[in-house]
Write a protein that binds this ligand. Structure first.
Ligand code: BJW
Ligand code: ZN
Length: 245
């Protein structure tokens, strides 16, 4: 049975109308209504096929078996190829004209925020539509119908998906940029993430520590829920558009 959507409080409405610096952290759940499976479930979303993500998406697997990692990401690109942004992505794209400083920080690699029109998105975990040389780090875009790229055109070494696997560091400068924005925001939305994966999960804590109002949007409770100022229980594509009305 579908649980009812929690109403937005008057306090949050007031802050939404008056804030100038807003940060939104998104996770797999923001893309669930576009048909993108999540990693750990929740909200009746489908889940990427049965493989524990910590196993296939790890630095160890990449060292041992690069073709297996490519196979997983080839499959993922094929699933994503035709998917489109949903009302949650679209509403967030509209917010950039509404606030003096809107920062969208995403853990997603699907590029759906950008497809919806969001600019300057901070991608903490890279992008599935890009490959990177394991040696010289030269990157190359992968077109929707293209297969996996062969050797690096610059140095001849193998290419890998330009995504962040467990045990790997985040793209240089991106987490620092997100931290700077989190430490000066007044309002922070945490949308569609299980808040289990670090360091992304520390951003709302940073926002909270500087006095920002933290609001979670998720059909399920997470380890962050009890520390939020407000929890809006429901789907991102149903809740976020309510702010535009
Ligand atoms: C809806 C919805 C709807 C459904 N509307 N919502 C500190 C403490 C403990 C551990 C660590 C720590 N620091 C680092 C670690 C280790 C590790 C880590 O965090 N492990 C934890 C699991 C314990 N972190 C790392 O290794 C990171 N690197 C790092 O820290 O570097 C420094 C370092 C290096 C070396 C040694 C030591 C330190 C890298 C993390 C990389 C994560 N990579 C992945 C895969 C790659 C990208 C890809 O393939 O797409 O990123 S894993 C996977 O999890 C993916 C996601 O971006 C990420 C987060 O998942 P997310 O987005 O939250 O999705 P789900 O599925 O978990 O949740 C979906 C949510 O949506 C649910 O809550 C649903 O209810 C909800 N939902 N429908 C709204 N319609
Ligand atoms: Zn190279």
């Amino acid at each position: 049975m579908q649980s009812p959507i929690t109403p937005i409080s008057a306090e949050l409405r007031r802050l939404f109308a008056s804030s100038t610096r807003v940060l939104v952290l998104t996770g797999a759940g923001v893309s669930a209504e576009s048909g993108v499976p999540t990693f750990r479930g929740g909200g009746n979303s489908s889940v990427w096929k049965g493989i524990p993500v910590e196993e296939i998406a790890s630095a160890d697997t990449l060292q041992r078996d690069l073709p297996a990692v490519w196979e997983w990401f080839d499959y993922r690109r094929e699933v994503l190829r035709t998917l489109k942004p949903n009302p949650a992505h679209q509403e967030l794209a509209r917010w950039q004209d509404r606030f003096a400083e809107l920062t969208v920080v995403t853990q997603n690699v699907d590029r759906l925020h950008q497809k919806a029109g969001s600019r300057d998105v901070i991608e903490l975990h890279g992008n599935i539509w890009r490959a990177r040389c394991i040696n010289c780090r030269t990157c190359r875009d992968i077109a929707p119908h293209e297969g996996r790229p062969q050797a690096c055109r610059r140095c001849g070494e193998s290419m890998r998906p330009d995504v962040v696997l467990f045990g790997e560091t985040l793209p240089p400068g991106e987490f620092e940029r997100a931290t700077r924005r989190a430490s000066r925001c007044e309002l922070c939305f945490v949308v569609g993430t299980s808040s289990l994966v670090y360091p992304a999960a520390s951003l709302p804590e940073i926002a909270k520590a500087v006095g920002a109002y933290v609001c979670e949007v998720n059909p399920e409770r997470t380890p962050l829920s009890d520390r939020c100022d407000e929890v809006l229980t429901g789907k991102a594509g149903e809740i976020l558009p309510l702010f535009g009305t």
